[in-house]
Write a protein that binds this ligand. Structure first.
Ligand code: ATP
Length: 530
């Protein structure tokens, strides 16, 4: 165990070196506790957040990071402890009170109105916006705010025409222009292209250097090491350690977070030679248009074979999710044919795809794979409730459903005190773990997994990757959609690259090359041409 663990209390409460002596914390949490029925989400949490500092929060799925931020942003009231802002004890009776006090949060799911323009969305946050302001005046004000914070935006563009990175910039700008001094970001780089990641880092550093405080929730150790000044690790709801980033290292943080080191594999060799390679999924000239009439997929053909991991690479929002929805029967193509194990699937819905043995972990798990208001049990059995032993013969067997749920929770390594708890009471990462375990169970032919690492802690990512390799070794297929080239190259047998809804190429493992794949993802060929 590292010396830094013993050092934790010494760093806790220490001032960052760049601040003038005597600078008080902007926000101090003192002995915060938050309980849910049967769950200690936070206990004895004391952390100081200073101006001019990026402070990362790290912890396993369910460690209590989101709950703590919900307390800080006034969504929950702490059951014990105190929030001290600028030296004074405060209570926030709701998120508006926290915003008025200068605390703003950028969520993973942006809270923007998709049909409104950027300027209109920004204006929604300005309390003094007058009703009669013209579009031109709103755009002018938006541009002025963008300039003030050094964030590049297009005031007249509707939100739904923007990339995830552009939407995030609008969200950050909205929070900053409402006067935030403490900016909280929840896994902000999960949906960004490498270029956008660089721009976000620059914006956050600028905000910090101007005296702002940032809390960064992230599972990515590289990101924390590159961007943060301090890091606090939460474990089972409590502070396990707090460090200056330049005085710690990733291995120490992982051990502190999980209680043991986690091996980061860069390759997943087959346990046995590849057997028969029947085509399990085939697309023939498939295209797709969204509800707003935009062509999201240009006609493309591909096949996925048994015993392979077929990677799909691309910057988020280039047609991958649409393609995955089609492969799982959730969306109907505009043109072309879909075959599952040689059977044409025209006119068949997701239930038929499931019966054929296709499991699906969609990008938006909470809304496409789960019923958030229903219990954990209902969600666990959702895909098997008509099959023995849970269902069948027009009956639902509650005891069998409970047993099934228990075994699924064990496999997913999720602890739930009461399985009748609504699904939305599970942490984001634990929801993801449950969907993965459930879909794996029904994937007799193939599992389609969209961004399966998103939201998972480092230990869960390693288990998830092992699980995908096992599915492949058992002779089933995996379609792995990811923007992480390291993940794709470590696991895939072939990689297809999508850019602007076009299939750029399909490369075999022997031809994997980071630079070439990266160039194709951004619409250039290997030689740099457009
Ligand atoms: N509304 C709620 N009702 C019941 N339990 C809850 C609720 N919100 C959170 N919890 C529980 O509190 C614990 C902490 O969850 P939290 O979402 O804060 O974890 P997290 O660290 O943000 O995890 P992740 O990395 O998966 O997002 C978990 O056991 C979770 O199930």
């Amino acid at each position: 165990m590292s010396e830094y663990l013993h050092d934790a209390n010494a760093v806790q409460g220490a001032r960052p070196e760049s601040l003038p002596a005597g600078t008080p914390p902007l926000l101090s949490l003192s002995g915060i506790a938050k309980y849910f029925p049967g769950v200690i989400a936070n206990k004895d949490v004391s952390i100081d957040f200073y101006p001019g500092e990026i402070h990362a929060l790290l912890g396993e799925n369910g460690a209590g990071k989101s709950t703590l931020m919900n307390v800080v942003t006034g969504l929950y009231q702490a059951d014990e402890g105190e929030l001290i802002l600028d030296g004074y004890g405060v209570t926030f009776d709701g998120p508006e009170a926290a915003i008025r006090a200068g605390i703003g949060m950028v969520h993973q799911h942006f809270k923007l109105v998709s049909r409104f323009t950027v300027a209109e969305n920004l204006a929604l946050g300005w309390s003094e916006t007058r009703r009669w302001l013209s579009a031109a005046a709103l755009a002018e004000r938006a541009q002025a705010e963008a300039k003030r914070f050094g964030l590049d935006i297009r005031p007249d563009a509707p939100i739904d025409s923007l990339t995830s990175g552009e939407q995030q910039r609008v969200e950050i700008l909205r929070v900053l222009s409402r006067g935030a001094r403490l900016l909280i970001l929840d896994e902000p780089t999960a949906v960004l292209s490498p270029l956008e990641v660089g721009e976000l880092y620059a914006a956050l550093r600028r905000f910090r250097d101007g005296g702002g405080a940032v809390i960064l929730i992230s599972h990515k150790l590289d990101e924390i090491m590159a961007l943060a000044d301090k890091v606090t690790v939460l474990r089972h709801g409590r502070v396990a350690g707090s460090h200056r980033v330049d005085k710690t290292d990733p291995a120490t943080l992982v051990t502190e977070m999980i209680g043991r080191p986690v091996e980061q594999k860069t390759a997943y060799p087959r346990s046995a030679p590849r057997g028969r390679a029947d085509v399990v999924l085939a697309l023939e000239d498939v295209s797709f248009r969204d509800s707003a009439g935009r062509l999201r997929l240009h006609p493309l053909s591909l096949d996925v074979r048994a015993g392979e991991i077929f990677g799909i690479a691309g910057v988020t929002g280039n047609g991958q999710s649409e393609l995955a929805d089609i492969l799982a029967g959730l969306s109907i193509p505009l043109s072309g044919k879909v075959h599952v194990a040689g059977t044409a699937m025209q006119g068949r819905g997701p239930g038929e795809f499931r019966k054929a043995g296709i499991g699906y972990v969609p990008e938006d798990r909470l809304h496409k794979a789960l019923a958030p208001a229903l219990g954990v049990t209902e969600n666990a059995v959702m895909r098997v409730f008509r099959t023995h032993p849970v269902g069948g013969r027009m009956a639902y067997h509650a005891a069998a459903a409970r047993d099934f749920t228990r075994s699924l929770l064990d496999q997913a390594r999720v602890t739930v005190a009461d399985p009748s708890t609504p699904m939305r009471g599970l942490s984001g990462g634990n929801q993801q773990r449950l969907v993965l375990a459930r879909e794996r169970m029904i994937s007799h032919l193939a599992l389609i997994a969209s961004y399966p690492s998103r939201g998972l802690d480092i230990g869960a990512i390693s288990l998830m990757r092992e699980a995908l390799a096992e599915i492949r070794d058992e002779g089933r297929a995996v379609v792995l959609v990811s923007e992480d080239l390291d993940e794709l190259m470590a696991l895939s047998d072939r990689i297809a690259v999508l850019c602007a809804g076009r299939l750029m190429t399909i490369v075999d493992r022997s031809g994997f090359d980071r630079a070439t794949l990266g160039a194709l993802m951004s619409g250039r060929d290997a030689g740099g041409g457009a």
